[in-house]
Design a protein around this ligand. Sequence first.
Ligand SMILES: [Zn+2]
Length: 276
Amino acid sequence: MRVKKQKSHRRTVRFFKACYGFREPFKVLCDGTFTHHLIANQIIPADDAVSRLLGGRVRLFATNCITEEIRSLGNSHSDTHRASQELITARCDHEEKRMNSVFCIESVIAEGNPEHFFVATQDSGLRRKLYEIPGTPVIYALKNCLMLDKPSEKQREFVKSSEEKRSHMTKLESDIVHAIKNKKGSSHPLDDVSEVESIHTLQTSGKNQRQNLGITDKPQFKRKRAKAPNPLSCKKKKVKVNSTLVNTNQSQNNNKDDAKSKRTRKRIKKKNEGSD
Ligand SMILES: [Zn+2]
C-alpha cells in the first residue's frame, strides 16, 4: 500500500514538472494549519518529511500574513508560531495591511502560480479552491503521513487543452506557412529574407505560448556564483597598481619640473623681449 502511494506521489510530481515547469528545490508554502499539524504530530524535521514525499530537495516557505495570523492565536500556538517564523518568508503584497492566510495564499499563487509553489494546508475549504487553479499541487497530512493530492480534473483538462492549442497552428502561423509555400518557386533574394523573418516569428510565437504556461524549454540550473579571482591576475593587477602609482609620482614630478622650466623659459623670453 505504502509503495503504491509513493508511486502515485512521484507520478504527480512528474506531472507538475513536465506540464507546469516545477523544478528542484521544490518550494512549499506552508499555512498555519499544516505547520500546527506537523508540530502536534511531531513530524520533524519537517523539510526531511516533505522532501521524502516529493522525492527531491525542498524549501519550506510561509508569508508574513500566515505567521502573523498564527501569532494572533495566542500562547496555545506559540510553538507553531516559532516554527513558522523559522521558515523562509515568501513575499506577498500585504506589508501595510495583513490579510488572512487563505486570501494571502490565493494572491501569492494567482495568475498561474508563477513561483511554482506546492501549497501545504489542512484547510479542506482552501484545498477545494486550489483544485480549481491550474498549476498548484496540494500537500496535506493524515495523522503521521504526508500526502500529495493527485492533479485535479481541472488541472488535467487545462494541460490537455493547452497542448491541443499548441499542436494546432494559429491563424498567423498558417498564414505565414501559406505565404512561404506560395513564394517557394521564386528565386528573388528578398524572398529568402522574408522567409527567414517569418520562420523567426513562428518560433517566437511558439515560445510565447509555452511561457504563458510557465513551461521552460531547458531545465533551470543553479545560478553561477562568482568564483575566487584568478591569483595570477590579482598579482598582475597589484604590479600594475604599483607601477601606475610610481608612474603618476614620476609624472607629477615631471610636471612640476616642466612647470618650473616653463616659468624660467618665460622669464628668459621676457628678458629677451625686453633686451630686444
Ligand atoms: Zn500576505
